[in-house]
Design a protein around this ligand. Structure first.
Ligand code: UDP
Ligand code: GLC
Length: 406
């Protein structure tokens, strides 16, 4: 029997409006569980989703910027005991590598169970958070929602891991929320139940403060002339190296690389600098590090490249570029095709192909007017489908539904 996938949020755009707040009097208490104190896309999504849940609790495996932000949004913060975090453990680590940590993980699971007892619904905002919260939540009889921000496929996870995660979700999760059909399909292919899945596309702040590209370039110390940008944390699967290779084929083109190695990928960051030097393009690649003004910086460039080499579960930066009204070139893997409407509002190129990327860039930069209409369509699409209010409403409803289950 095939099970229906809940994709209502994609099919029927909800009206934009103020965030739906649960009735304060009978509002359920939510335990938001998140494994990291560092802000990447998944944490930015949760930051924008928790507005209706002030007074609820966030359980973090480690302290950091995210704890401060959630506290500022009115959540009560509980931190795992020092040393209990999983930051040293790669998300695709084998069970054997986790073994020495088993004692600490059990302690962490017990702490989550205690926190869950004081709440009505558990909301795990990552793969690690779900693995640690699933059984504790069930143990204390609380429904658990898994917000799965990953693509459960062979590029990102081993086979055993995929099976364990899908089975655990089938056993424990009341709902599995994913940001794209690509992520939903991968979860189902891994053995996850389609009827548990809800696709809630990531939503972003739709207000972009228009900036003058010339002023921004002056601020960055960049001359006029063709300029592209990559706006992702530095990690091998994000594919910044492919852009550097493409740049070597396009004399006169400059590139800003925005983002840092947030999760220990320092060797890759060093490799990118070495690659730029080896190709003789170091003077044309400007590494700006981690910035808090990505939508602003995007307006300085002629095109945004999204070069992920493995399937991207969503890719907030794609939508940020669409909202900024900047042409996008993305690799056709994961969610990029659904966000760019099959290539109707942006250029899709195959992953790991610097030659194809260079060719697409040459076409786009040669005649920017030719893509102006498409870029306007991209902005309209982002305004319609990818607003933060819409995402927040959908997630709030799923939490209320989970809490209302007998
Ligand atoms: N980002 C940022 N500063 C940077 C680089 C990225 O604030 O220097 C933001 C970016 O604007 C986006 C998020 O980090 O909102 C990354 O989310 P995405 O879904 O693109 O990828 P992730 O890193 O979560 O895989
Ligand atoms: C993850 C994914 C990214 C997605 C983000 C928010 O970090 O890598 O594609 O946009 O979560 O869902």
């Amino acid at each position: 029997m095939t099970e229906a996938l809940s994709v209502g949020m994609l099919a029927e755009p909800a009206p934009l409006g103020p965030a739906r707040t649960a009735e304060p009097r009978n509002r359920p208490r939510v335990l938001f569980v998140t494994h990291t104190g560092t802000m990447s896309g998944a944490e930015l999504v949760l930051r924008d989703a928790v507005a209706p849940w002030a007074g609820s609790t966030a359980f973090l495996f480690e302290d950091g910027a995210f704890a401060g932000i959630l506290r500022g949004l009115g959540l009560e913060i509980r931190l795992a005991r020092p040393g209990a975090g999983l930051s040293g453990l790669r998300r695709d680590a084998s069970v054997l590598r986790a073994l020495p940590k088993l004692g600490r993980l059990a302690g962490l699971a017990l702490d989550i169970a205690r926190a869950a007892r004081t709440c009505d619904v558990v909301y795990a905002n990552s793969q690690k958070a779900f693995l640690l919260s699933a059984l504790p939540a069930r143990l204390v009889g609380r429904p658990i929602i898994w917000h799965l921000h990953d693509i459960l496929d062979g590029a990102h996870f081993g086979r055993a891991q995929r099976i364990v995660q899908a089975r655990l979700a089938n056993l424990c999760a009341t709902r599995v929320v994913v940001p794209s059909r690509a992520a939903a399909d991968a979860f189902i292919r891994a053995g996850g139940r389609a009827s548990r899945v809800s696709v809630v596309p990531n939503g972003l702040d739709l207000d972009v403060d228009p900036r003058s590209p010339a002023a921004l370039r002056a601020e960055l110390g960049l001359p006029a002339g063709p300029l592209i940008g990559v706006f992702s944390r530095l990690a091998p699967w994000k594919g910044q190296d492919v852009v550097i290779e493409a740049l070597a084929r396009l004399p006169g083109l400059r590139c800003i690389v925005v983002g840092a190695a947030l999760f220990g990928e320092d060797a890759y960051a060093a490799q990118l600098h070495a690659l730029a030097a080896a190709h003789g393009v170091a003077d044309r690649v400007l590494f700006l590090g981690q910035r808090s003004d990505v939508p602003r910086l995007m307006q300085a460039v002629d095109a945004v490249v999204h070069p992920s080499v493995d399937p991207e579960p969503f890719g907030r930066t794609l939508v940020e570029a669409m909202l900024a009204g900047i042409p996008v070139i993305a690799t056709d893997t994961g969610a990029a095709a659904e966000i760019l409407d099959g290539g109707a509002v942006g250029t899709l190129v195959p992953p790991r192909r610097p030659d194809r990327l260079a060719a697409a860039l040459a076409v786009l930069l040669d005649d920017p007017d030719a893509v102006a209409a498409r870029t306007r369509l991209a902005r309209d699409r982002a305004l319609t489908l990818y607003g933060a209010d819409r995402m927040r409403d959908a997630l709030t409803q799923l939490i209320l539904d989970a809490a209302a289950r007998p």
